[in-house]
Design a protein around this ligand. Structure first.
Ligand SMILES: Nc1ncnc2c1ncn2[C@@H]1O[C@H](COP(=O)(O)OP(=O)(O)O)[C@@H](O)[C@H]1O
Ligand SMILES: [Mg+2]
Length: 234
């Protein structure tokens, strides 16, 4: 079933948060999700060890550049969704994961550094499309936006993206304590203790709209399997 990867060549763009929000939303709808934790910080693997659980989610943290395409392809056969959280750089694991993705989500914060990190991934996707000989569907989600105002930097990022005809989700991921707190408490947003975490209701609404937009775009593309496409690439 669909493979959705989260990539931005810059760290701190909100990839891990966006990946976990999607996974917990989808699992809350009764789907089986496999998350590949290819972020060396291993935030999602640490989240998985917390006592509060999100049933239906399995996390794989042992990943190698040579095996990732095969691991992802096999997981896609037994999971409803495969979600891949990538490192904030361009490396072999990133290239391999993107090459087998049905959808690449590029989280971008309202900063020009983030937009440049996102642009690097968009360029990499164009190169990979020539190698794998099919389109790699992709979209941008704006992250850590302010619920009340659009900053000048955010406006500049939006203008930059629309000038390049990039598909940007209508729903940004708003800056919310609840999204950070998931990594402390474990599990998903539903049932978070509202006496400990503020704004859970608004966070749930935001996460649900965001996930719905991703799911509309995440459709499995039937194609030949690609095993170890870039095993020897530099
Ligand atoms: N929507 C959000 N609301 C609040 N904090 C966020 C949000 N998105 C990211 N963060 C925080 O920003 C930091 C970087 O986010 P993270 O998801 O780890 O980015 P990346 O995986 O791209 O490095 C983390 O401390 C995370 O908790
Ligand atoms: Mg990360």
């Amino acid at each position: 079933m669909p493979v959705i990867s989260f990539a931005n060549a810059k760290g701190g763009a909100g990839k891990t948060t966006a990946a976990l929000l999607l996974a917990t939303e989808v699992a809350a709808r009764g789907k089986r999700v496999t998350i590949f934790d290819a972020d060396p910080q291993k935030w999602i693997s640490k989240w998985y060890e917390l006592p509060r659980k999100s049933p239906g989610i399995n996390v794989v943290s042992e990943i190698s550049p040579a095996s990732i395409t095969e691991q992802i392809t096999l997981a896609a056969e037994t999971s409803d969704y495969v979600i891949v959280d990538l490192e904030g750089t361009e490396n072999l694991i990133v290239a391999n994961a993107l090459s087998v993705s049905d959808l690449v989500v590029v989280p971008i914060q309202g900063s020009s550094m983030d937009a440049r990190g996102g642009a690097k991934i968009l360029t990499l996707i164009k190169k990979l499309e020539k190698i794998v000989r099919h389109d790699i569907k992709h979209c941008v989600v704006l992250t850590r936006t302010n619920a009340a105002v659009t900053t000048r930097a955010m406006k500049a990022v939006q203008d930059f993206l629309s000038a390049q005809n990039i598909d940007v989700l209508m729903t940004p991921i708003v800056e919310r304590a609840a999204f950070r707190d998931l990594f402390e408490f474990g599990g998903g947003l539903s049932g978070l203790d509202t006496s400990l975490v503020s704004g859970v209701g608004k966070a749930r609404e935001n996460a649900s709209l965001y996930a719905a937009e991703i799911l509309e775009r995440a459709i499995t593309v039937p194609r030949k399997r690609w095993y170890n496409v870039f095993k020897r690439a530099s």
